[in-house]
Design a binder for this molecule. Structure first.
Ligand code: KIV
Length: 265
């Protein structure tokens, strides 16, 4: 999938798969995979840097990772739709700083940006869309609001909270978003939102009824030691693969079998 037009056309026609990527080597694996699209998530701060929140990601950090991923996906000739996250507060400083952030991310190779929340920055979303920058909106558990939400908790559990989420989802669509990410909400709430919108809804911890699913690359490959969450399925045993590989390397160095004659000049 190369464009937001293809992304939108998939509504109701086949589920969309999305993975995060932060690095060039990850992007090369994704480029060769059938995964539809790629997100340079601000989760880079937690997954790669070990921060407790995503707050440490800045527009410059996001642009640097976006450029690395874009190169790994094949740059201008790449076959995957590439999104980049607006980091902490980047959509909240007004339209001009938001345009500057979007310029950094798009110049780095993103085809679209993802922005957490909608209330209070509908004008930013609308202005970016009218400026030719496709915007995806992220609702539900929005990690940049972790303290306001009282922790990393499932959202939309009461009838009132669920109705509030439906309202926000409609507001995002009205503002011009081409897609939605819905994180950690009950499956039935995600179903209602998916059915209510004409744009694709991508879930993470939002059950099976959305138009697609996104997972963090490291989580889906079992490469995030010590992390587990109910909504994550490990599709590979990356932890074992890496642990065994490192142990074999150390053992081969210790017993002198590496490097061999063939591996020497
Ligand atoms: O930053 C991120 O990785 C994300 C996805 C989990 C949706 O926003």
């Amino acid at each position: 999938m190369k464009s937001v037009l293809e992304f939108k056309a998939r509504k109701g026609k086949g589920r969309i798969s999305m993975s995060t990527a932060y690095a060039h080597w990850e992007a090369k694996f994704l480029a060769a995979s059938p995964v539809d699209c790629v997100l340079v998530g601000d989760s880079v701060a937690t997954v790669v840097d070990g921060e407790p929140t995503t707050f440490a990601a800045t527009p410059e950090i996001m642009a640097r990772h976006t450029a690395a991923v874009s190169r790994g996906l094949g740059g201008i000739d790449g076959q995957k739709l590439l999104l980049a996250d607006f980091p902490f507060l980047a959509a909240r400083k007004g339209v001009v700083p938001a345009v500057e952030c979007a310029a950094l991310l798009m110049r780095a190779g993103a085809h679209a940006v993802k922005i957490e929340g909608i209330d209070g920055h509908e004008d930013v979303v609308r202005h970016l869309v009218e400026s030719g920058v496709p915007v995806m909106v992220h609702l539900g558990l929005t990690p940049q609001s972790v303290h306001g939400l009282g922790g990393y908790k499932v959202q939309g559990k009461t009838v009132d909270d669920a109705e509030e989420l439906v309202r926000q989802a409609r507001a995002a669509e009205t503002a011009g978003a081409f897609g939605l990410v819905l994180e950690c909400v009950p499956a039935e709430v995600a179903r209602e939102i998916t059915e209510a919108l004409a744009i694709p809804v991508i879930g993470i911890g939002a059950g099976p009824h959305t138009d697609g699913q996104v997972l963090v690359f490291h989580d889906l490959l079992g490469l995030n030691p010590g992390f587990s969450a109910r909504f994550v399925r490990e599709f590979a045993d990356g932890n074992k693969c890496v642990t065994d590989g490192l142990a074999s390397f150390a053992a081969a160095v210790t017993d002198g079998s590496f490097p061999s004659k063939k591996e020497s000049y």
